[in-house]
Design a protein around this ligand. Sequence first.
Ligand code: PGA
Length: 264
Amino acid sequence: MLVVIHPNKEVGSNQAARIVADQVHRKPDSVLGLSTGNTPLATYTELIRMHRDDGLDFSNVTTFNLDEYYGLPREHPQSFYAQIHKNFLDHVNVRPDRTHIPDGGSKDIAMACFDYEAAIRDADGIDLQILGIGRTGHIGFNEPTSSLASRTRLKTLSDETINDNSKITGDIPQVAITMGIGTILEAKQILLLAFGEAKAKAVAKAIEGPISSSCSASALQMHRDVRFILDEEAATELRHRSYYDRVIEQTTKYAPELLGIAND
Ligand code: PGA
């Protein structure tokens, strides 16, 4: 687990974009796990810039979104389908038939979830999953008490999540289809982005708390290749802050390859 604390959100977001770009350069047919919400927006903006100015090519990339509200038509401006198109997919050259978003309009929820898991398997799994974290500690919409082994399914949103998300987009449904924690943990590499003081408590629980369904992001402690990309504000509740800085310093010195492009 690598905890990288950046001076601000802009630097962290740009680093996340460089990690994604590096993944796509190394493996042009990468499978990317995308998330919505405010947190990854600046990363998507930088990836769009790299596509436009540097020729970053997504034509062989496949994408899977983490989650989608249940009961909103795709064309609804608050749907995650609409948001990920507006903020990322419409501006890069990912082929439409290679983008996947849970079907929040499906009448057969169990089948939609089963099909989503099957599509991820058929794509040989997710190479790089981008995550945000909710104030409840959720990843995807895996609210507290979600099974740490959960798969894609319908999930009822917590009051806190409904409040937070409706502040951004107005009234939202109370249920969503989300990849499970078990699904997320199968991604080969995970980047969790968290910026701002409102996330500090959830971030500390995720990184330093016990592994518990009370904070679904704490399950990431069991993943072998996870990187937390934080700004100073999101890092304020970490008890071992100086240790994380020393890890980066020493790794940069002795094994920069372990940091990937973090060293450039
Ligand atoms: P946010 O949401 O990026 O809008 O803060 C994160 C999340 O709920 O996972």
